[in-house]
Write a new protein. Structure first.
Ligand SMILES: Cc1cc2nc3c(=O)[nH]c(=O)nc-3n(C[C@H](O)[C@H](O)[C@H](O)COP(=O)(O)O)c2cc1C
Length: 396
């Protein structure tokens, strides 16, 4: 059997602290520390416990060239090497290991930077209910946070004495300033209202649609209303449509060149609502928006140019941030509410849309739709442009 090391693996030393009554009885701090090593390899679904023999073997077996396993037994314990093959950290050419080999090849072929691949893969959530966890930890409001953690660092950095600062004029005001000031994260959607089809189409066109294309040197480049690193626009819109007039509730992909919806699946209404809730980690004030959009990055598109590049993953995350701001402003202009959230269960979203996280990464979820007439969930509107003092929607 031939083997090679998997393309990317990071070994992390961990310390686990557990309550130990004996330590307390001995007059110590009551805690027992256990040290361990875990291997984080993005072609595997879970982290893998390893020991120092495993690490020594992994360090000495090349990821690029195939070696004969029987020949390696002369240098490393057989149990260590066989264990590494079973764990999927050594990739074999055997038919029995084809699935792991294919996942490793997907990572290899994509030109991932090792640290970025590990950060992306092991930052994903499944089954998290973020609000409830914050409540359990006693940190669900600003008052809870400051009571537990003390005040946060100051709101701004001060680099000069007040008298040394050069005062600047405020923006003159105008339609664009008004639009910016009305932008706020919506946590109060009208749970019944249908979004008109034309409004929905305008939103997708403005935020994700190709406004123009340039075909040059064998490549097609999109022009969108947001900037994108390398002009590559790797981020696609995968939609959970819940209430849009004339469009069957279900899962869709948006085709940015054709400005068209590609139907994927239509789960029954309760399954769709459940998926929406799971997607946003049970933040139900977001889950009932008429449209949720998963921002899904096709890594191959950006990593085609930025190969094994230290900045590439950061750049695609920044791209997603720009799209979300364009979505906020487009929604605000249409008198709609909008949100973005990073508290998402990527694993459930990937399963629903049939995405492999090694090739297509869910970076955030946005949503939009009509606001409710009154505010029940907290929003940050100190300018009073969205809600009046009584918590009612300000209509213009
Ligand atoms: C990257 C990102 C992630 C966010 N994630 C969440 C989230 O998980 N839950 C939430 O309620 N708001 C989330 N927000 C919204 C912020 O809480 C919101 O922008 C902030 O409170 C300021 O309010 P404003 O957007 O109304 O000005 C997120 C915003 C950004 C930019």
């Amino acid at each position: 059997m031939l083997v090679r090391r998997c393309a990317i693996v990071l070994v992390e030393p961990r310390e686990h602290l557990a309550f130990d009554p004996q330590s307390l009885a001995d007059g110590a701090d009551g805690l027992r520390a256990t040290l361990s090593l875990v291997a984080l390899a993005p072609h595997l679904d879970d982290e893998v416990p390893v020991d120092t023999d495993d690490v020594a073997a992994l360090a000495q077996i090349a990821p690029g060239a195939w070696s004969d396993l029987a020949g390696l037994y002369a240098r490393h314990a057989r149990a260590t090497l066989d264990g590494l093959v079973e764990k999927g950290l050594l990739i074999s050419d055997a038919a029995a290991h084809a699935a792991v080999r294919a996942r490793d090849e997907a990572v290899r072929d994509l030109n991932w930077r090792g640290l970025s691949a590990v950060a992306h893969h092991f930052g994903r959530w499944s089954g998290v209910r973020s609000g409830e966890e914050a409540q359990r930890a006693g940190v669900s409001s600003l008052a809870d946070l400051t009571a537990r953690l003390g005040p946060p660092p100051p709101a701004v950095r001060e680099c000069a004495a007040p008298g040394a600062r050069i005062a600047l004029e405020r923006a003159p005001g105008g339609a664009f300033d008004d639009l910016l000031r009305r932008r706020a994260t919506c946590r109060n959607f009208d749970a019944q209202a249908l979004l008109p089809a034309a409004t929905f189409a305008t939103m997708l066109d403005r935020v994700f649609g190709a406004q123009a294309t340039v075909d040059a040197a064998g490549a097609t480049i999109l022009k969108r209303n947001s900037p994108s690193g390398g002009a590559l626009h790797p981020t696609e819109a995968y939609l959970i449509v819940q209430r849009v007039d004339g469009i069957a509730p279900g899962l869709y992909h948006y085709h940015a060149l054709n400005h068209a919806l590609e139907p994927l699946r239509s789960p029954d209404p309760s399954a769709l609502a459940e998926l929406a809730s799971r997607s946003v980690a049970a933040q139900d004030y977001f889950a009932n928006a008429p449209v949720l959009v998963a921002l899904v990055t096709r890594f191959a598109r950006t990593f085609w140019k930025y190969r094994n590049h230290a900045k590439a993953y950061r750049v695609v995350a920044l791209d997603a941030g720009h799209l979300s701001q364009t979505l906020y402003l487009s929604a605000t202009d249409l008198r709609l509410g909008a949100f973005v959230t990073g508290a998402i269960n990527e694993v459930e979203i990937e399963a629903a849309f049939g995405l492999d996280p090694r090739t297509d990464g869910v970076l955030a979820i946005c949503g939009f739709g009509a606001r409710a007439a009154s505010r029940t969930a907290v929003e940050l509107d100190p300018l009073g442009r969205v809600w009046d003092a009584a918590g009612n929607l300000v209509r213009e």
